[in-house]
Ligand binder design. Structure first.
Ligand code: FE2
Length: 299
């Protein structure tokens, strides 16, 4: 596959200081920045530039970066976008375009691969579980996926599949499309919304214990951050826990997602909403609490 991962996202938020504090406690790695208006966060395996937070009057996803293997991929993507009537520009080892419905800036650049996932620790007989011995804070390995809502979700989906070359993994009937640009089950989820907005970002942890440890640290003194979890999805099979940042964006810890290494073997399906197991899904998962504000901003 010529694309291989999400490299970075830029989020605009009205309340930078609180949001920066949230993602620091969430376990992302704050990075030095020369510009006081830009706050960068890295992850253990995804590198130092995975999340950029800047100011915006209302929360929004401003840009999305995707990693490609080879400069030749950029020309192919540019031609595919052109067939969809979407303009793009290639500058050296980077292609820049805009998703036509949400306006999100998308860059595809030649980028290093994320290192292979470490082999899971085994719980051996006669020894205590390795998870009991962990003392470091839980740290996300990488930015795994984002979900965006689009007022014309079919067009947005086509931009990712026919334009950029993402592959369809699964669908939730009449609600969302799960697509991949790597061996992860999904890197982009496009849902249908009454307004364009970012639904959630999602960060991979090495296992379910790390999710529990991350959640415990993030909720300490901030029970209002809890949104939905613990659970396991049917689509993608990942364990999940959703928190909400102070700007209103949901963010997910996940682990143990389905991997697709052979496109010929995987058969995409259409499923009903919901999870394999979890507490009941809160209404804000479908209709964010700040929807009225997001809609007012879009006019
Ligand atoms: Fe997710």
């Amino acid at each position: 596959m010529s694309l291989h991962r999400l490299t970075d996202i830029t989020m605009g938020v009205p309340n930078i200081a609180e949001t920066v504090e949230f993602y620091t406690q969430f376990g992302l790695l704050p990075q030095p920045s020369n510009d006081p208006n830009e706050h960068w966060f890295g992850t253990v395996d995804g590198g130092p530039r995975q999340l950029k937070i800047v100011h915006a009057p209302v929360r929004r996803l401003l840009s999305l970066g995707i990693g490609a293997e080879d400069p030749d991929d950029l020309g192919r993507i540019g031609a595919s976008l052109q067939r969809l009537g979407v303009e793009s520009r290639i500058d050296g080892e980077q292609l820049t375009t805009n998703e036509p419905i949400t306006g999100v800036k998308v860059t595809v650049s030649v980028a290093p691969q994320v290192p292979a996932k470490p082999v899971a620790e085994r719980h051996l007989p006669n020894f205590r579980a390795p998870a009991l011995l962990r003392t470091d804070p839980a740290r996300p390995r990488k930015l795994g996926h984002i979900m965006i809502a689009s007022v014309e979700s079919a067009t947005t989906q086509k931009f990712f599949t026919e334009g950029l070359g993402f592959k369809l993994s699964d669908e939730i009937k009449d609600a969302a499309t799960f697509m991949r640009c790597s061996t992860d089950h999904h890197n982009i989820v496009v849902g249908h919304g009454p307004v364009n907005y970012m639904h959630h970002t999602s960060w991979e942890l090495s296992d379910v214990d790390e999710i529990g440890r991350g959640v415990k640290a993030a909720l300490e003194g901030h029970p209002e951050r809890h949104t939905w979890g613990m659970g396991r999805f049917w689509v993608g099979a990942n364990y999940f826990y959703y928190l909400r940042d102070p700007a209103g964006n949901m963010t997910e810890y996940y682990s143990d997602m389905d991997e697709i290494t052979d496109d010929q073997v995987w058969k995409p399906g259409v499923f009903e909403p919901g999870s394999l197991w979890s507490p009941a899904m809160p209404p804000s998962l479908i209709r964010p609490d700040d929807l009225a504000e997001l809609m007012a901003d879009s006019h």
